[in-house]
Design a protein around this ligand. Sequence first.
Ligand code: 6PG
Length: 253
Amino acid sequence: MSTRSVLVFASADELAAFFTDKLIKAMASLKAGQYFSLLLSGGSTPRMVYEYLSRNQNSIPWQRLQLFWGDERCVPPDQDESNYKMVKNSLLDHVPIPSDNIFRIKGESDPQTEAVRYAETLSNQVPSKNGLPCFDLVMLGLGDDGHTASLFPNDTKNLFSEGLFEVAAHPESGQRRVTATLQLINNARTIVFLVTGKSKAGMLARILGKSGENYPAPMWENYPAALVEAKNGEVIWLVDQDAAPGYKVGLTI
Ligand code: 6PG
């Protein structure tokens, strides 16, 4: 059964500290020979968390962590728009993670071919549950328009895809992306949304106000992040006070 909780922090740093602690505790229950599979996100709040992890890296067993990406912009890995480059600069360059544990989406490849290749990579690397790869932990950001990963509003083809990865186009720039599908994300054990800043407040309030079963599904296609639910565990929203001005710090909603 899926559960959802929302935790409000006074600052992005406290939010990042909580995430780091959660990762360490979750990795502590790994059995011998097991890896911990983490699906990474692009975006400004996830980047702050990567920077925090780099500064507080000592308690993390990097050899046991496998990193995957939930979405990638279709650009080469050395371009500033690349999510791989963002994670490399903020995290990978600073921590002792073996290169064999890093599974990037090749933004420089043909997107359709890459979506298929990456889905195969995941299927080979990540243990499955319900016939689908089941990530130990998925990190997600929230776009001001309600998108998450590169699942954009009203992109029903990708939102309800039965595949693992698809090709999407950014609704304004048209930039192509390779993105995890909702069914892959929702099959994770734990899903953590990382949301900070005033610009997110309106969308966050709308999404957290969702009461679920009473709403007809089509309405929620406008807000892909509202369709995220962990079929095998929990969704945790880590938000700062700027993004959740109506809520008290320390509150679990
Ligand atoms: C990306 C994403 C995307 C991101 C949100 C939030 O590559 O852009 O993976 O889903 O997480 O857009 O990004 P910001 O925190 O920068 O607004």
